[in-house]
Design a protein around this ligand. Structure first.
Ligand code: C2E
Ligand code: MG
Ligand code: MG
Length: 454
């Protein structure tokens, strides 16, 4: 049984940055694209041999849809690739069913079987779309399958496939459509097994203390470390250190982000209380990331406040990083919770700023302390006038609203110099240090304090 899980995990092995649902969509797109290419080529060869040129043209269209899907997948345009695959396959299957694969007494119509496979394919590929869209497409495709299966609906014309070819085609198309259906059900089932397995492992990880906080230094304009961002890592017993980008979306989808988030809060407060008695570390702040689900939880504010009180730490040293996505749901609730936290002295930072929903009028009403320029704008800041303009705008917006601005993802001295010249207050990124375990972070602080004194 364990071996079976391992095999499935290998087949579905996901890299550090790839979430489970993205990986599943990639597998489905890849197999769908390859299946279309094989189908297009083999039917094109057969119809070329029979010199039925209009049907060869249709097969080239099938080939084109398959190639375009794989091309878009290679370029990481997953959404476009999904829509090309679904719309392409739908239009082709619909036209063939209506105009070419016309049922006769000798041979039934089979092309409509693809609508059944397509319905499940669409259900899988549209898993990150709005629920209504996913369900409507699924039901619509099943209805079309039902209509073609239960009626002889068709339009007689000169493009009808010859009876002799339809006879062989009936076997080939039925087998291909059923294989595609089995494949997509297999992907769904494997995904379900893997999710359940990782879900169980995640709950176990909490009990068995497999999570660890790494700390990434935050440095001010004078080069002095004033704090850190605590970033969670999962020390998986067999997979090694697992990045949060991989397990947080899953933890969120199975409702585990709340306990994990409170573990992070508790650990950070504990760390602040340890550093309280260490002269070198006592003034350093810790920023923690808070997921929307955790923030909207009933007990969020009271738990933060009780932790701060219980550990007897300075609330000013605890900073909560919220993302703009939190603001979409219920802005009044967000503002009132932020005010309650702010009143207790806790700092609030808006993470990944510039990538999401930012209404300037709301921004004015939020009791924020800090804006964090998203790393996507820093990456190409030296070459992209567009990114330069965005970074400069965020810095001057921060200054106008009397907020500190920190740039994340600073990877070179030139990037830091550019930001410094444009009055950015603070920096975080690999140029200073990657996120590291607590002992290495303390060494980094000691080293940087020594070089400040020299
Ligand atoms: P984030 O809060 O925006 O954190 C910054 C991410 O950028 C971190 O990735 C960090 O390792 C990475 N980073 C820092 N400097 C650089 C750089 O110079 N170059 C590049 N390329 N990357 C840099 P990490 O640790 O993998 O975390 C990813 C995301 O996972 C975080 O993004 C945050 O949204 C989430 N996350 C991490 N820990 C927690 C947590 O405890 N709770 C919650 N809710 N989310 C967390
Ligand atoms: Mg963050
Ligand atoms: Mg960020």
């Amino acid at each position: 049984m364990n071996k079976y899980f391992q095999l499935i995990s290998q087949h579905f092995s996901i890299n550090q940055q790839e979430t489970l649902s993205v990986h599943r969509i990639k597998v489905a797109l890849e197999t769908g694209g390859i299946a279309l290419i094989l189908m297009g080529v083999s039917w094109a060869l057969l119809f070329s041999y029979l010199k039925i040129w209009p049907l060869v043209l249709i097969d080239f269209l099938i080939l084109f849809v398959g190639l375009t899907t794989l091309f878009l997948l290679k370029k990481h345009f997953l959404r476009s690739a999904s829509f090309v695959l679904l719309l392409g396959l739908f239009s082709l299957a619909f036209s063939i069913a209506l105009f070419m694969d016309i049922p006769s007494l000798a041979t039934p119509r089979v092309i409509h079987l693809y609508f059944l496979s397509l319905a499940f394919y669409a259900y899988l590929l549209l898993s990150n779309e709005k629920l209504w869209l996913r369900n409507t497409v699924f039901v619509l495709l099943l209805c079309i399958f039902l209509i073609f299966s239960s009626t002889n609906i068709s339009v007689a014309n000169s493009l009808m496939i010859p009876e002799s070819v339809r006879h062989i085609g009936a076997w080939i198309n039925s087998a291909t459509a059923i294989s595609l259906l089995c494949l997509v059900l297999h992907i769904m089932q494997s995904d379900f097994i893997l999710r359940t397995q990782i879900g169980n492992e995640l709950s176990q990880a909490l009990w068995e203390n497999q999570f660890e906080l790494y700390y990434q230094p935050q440095v001010n304009a004078q080069g002095v470390v004033f704090g850190s961002e605590a970033l969670i890592r999962w020390n998986h017993p067999t997979r090694g250190v697992v990045s949060p980008a991989e397990f947080i979306p899953l933890a969120e989808s199975i409702g585990l982000m709340n306990p994990i988030g409170f573990w992070v809060l508790n650990e950070s407060c504990k760390q602040l209380s340890v550093w309280k008695n260490d002269a070198k570390m006592s003034s350093l702040s810790i920023s923690i990331n808070v997921s929307a689900h955790q923030f909207y939880g009933q007990e969020f504010v009271s738990k933060v406040l009780s932790n701060v009180k219980r550990m007897e730490i300075d609330p000013k040293l605890l900073k909560l990083e919220l993302t703009e996505s939190i603001l979409i749901q219920n802005i009044e609730e967000v503002i009132s919770k932020m005010h309650a936290l702010k009143a207790a002295g806790i700092g609030i930072s808006l993470d990944d700023f510039g990538t999401g929903y930012s209404s300037l009028s709301y921004l004015k009403r939020l009791p924020l302390d800090q804006l964090k320029i998203d790393q996507s704008f820093i990456k190409d800041i030296l070459n992209s006038p567009h990114d330069q303009a965005i970074a400069k705008t965020i810095i001057s917006l921060g200054r106008d609203l009397e907020l500190k601005v920190i740039a994340e993802g600073v990877e070179s001295q030139q990037q830091q110099t550019f930001l410094l010249n444009n009055n950015c207050h603070a920096f975080q990124g690999y140029w200073f240090s990657p996120p590291v375990p607590v002992n290495l972070f303390c060494q980094f602080v000691a080293q940087s304090q020594r070089s400040q004194r020299e």
